[in-house]
Design a protein around this ligand. Structure first.
Ligand code: GUN
Length: 167
C-alpha cells in the first residue's frame, strides 16, 4: 500500500488552512461574470474547479463553509466521517468510502453555506478524495468557523464544534 508521504510528494499536495493537504487539479477556462452570480460572490468565477484532498487520521478538516455546493469523491484509503450542520442547525454525518455494504458512500455533495468538518475514522490511516465545486473555487468563498461564533449559533452541537475547530 502506498504511503501518505509518497502520495503527498507525488501528487504535490500542500497544507490546506482547514487541515489536510490539497492541490487544485482542474480549473475550467470558462468564466462566469459576476453579474451572472448571486450577490454573495465578489468578482468573477471559473465555471468549475476540482482538487485532490488528503486527510490523515489524527488530523481533521475544521468546520468551514463555502458559497458553492461541493461534491466529494472517494478515491483510496479509509472512510471519512463528514459532519454537516445545515443553516437551520440540523446535523448529518456521512461516511464517505467504498465499503458500500456497510453504509459508506463513494460520492456526496455538501450544500452551499452548510458548515462542514471531517476526519478519518480509523487510526493510522488516511483518505484521498476529490472535491469539485461549481462555480469555481476562490478563497473569498471560504470561511473557517471560529469556535465561539459556531457554538453561539448552534449550542446544541457544542461538543462536536469543540472537536472540529482550532480557534
Ligand atoms: N481550492 C482550495 N481550497 C479548496 C476547497 O476547500 N475546496 C475546493 N473545492 N477547492 C479548493
Amino acid at each position: 500500500m502506498i504511503s501518505v508521504k509518497e502520495i503527498i510528494k507525488t501528487l504535490d499536495l500542500q497544507p490546506h488552512p482547514e487541515g489536510g493537504y490539497f492541490r487544485e487539479v482542474y480549473r475550467s477556462e470558462g468564466v462566469i461574470p459576476n453579474s451572472n452570480l448571486t450577490d454573495n460572490f465578489q468578482g468573477d468565477r471559473n465555471y468549475a474547479t476540482s482538487i485532490y484532498y488528503l486527510l490523515e487520521s489524527g488530523d481533521f478538516s475544521a468546520f468551514h463553509k463555502i458559497n458553492q455546493d461541493e461534491t466529494w469523491h472517494f478515491y483510496i484509503g479509509d472512510a471519512i466521517e463528514l459532519h454537516v450542520i445545515s443553516e437551520n442547525g440540523s446535523l448529518s454525518t456521512i461516511k464517505i468510502g467504498n465499503d458500500i455494504s456497510n453504509g459508506e458512500i463513494p460520492q456526496f455533495t455538501v450544500q452551499k453555506h452548510d458548515w462542514f468538518a471531517a476526519k478519518v475514522k480509523n487510526p493510522d490511516t488516511f483518505a484521498l478524495v476529490g472535491c469539485t465545486v461549481s462555480p469555481g473555487f476562490d478563497f473569498r468563498d471560504f470561511e473557517l468557523a471560529s469556535h465561539d461564533m459556531l457554538v453561539e449559533k448552534y449550542p446544541e452541537h457544542k461538543a462536536l464544534i469543540k472537536a472540529f475547530t482550532r480557534h
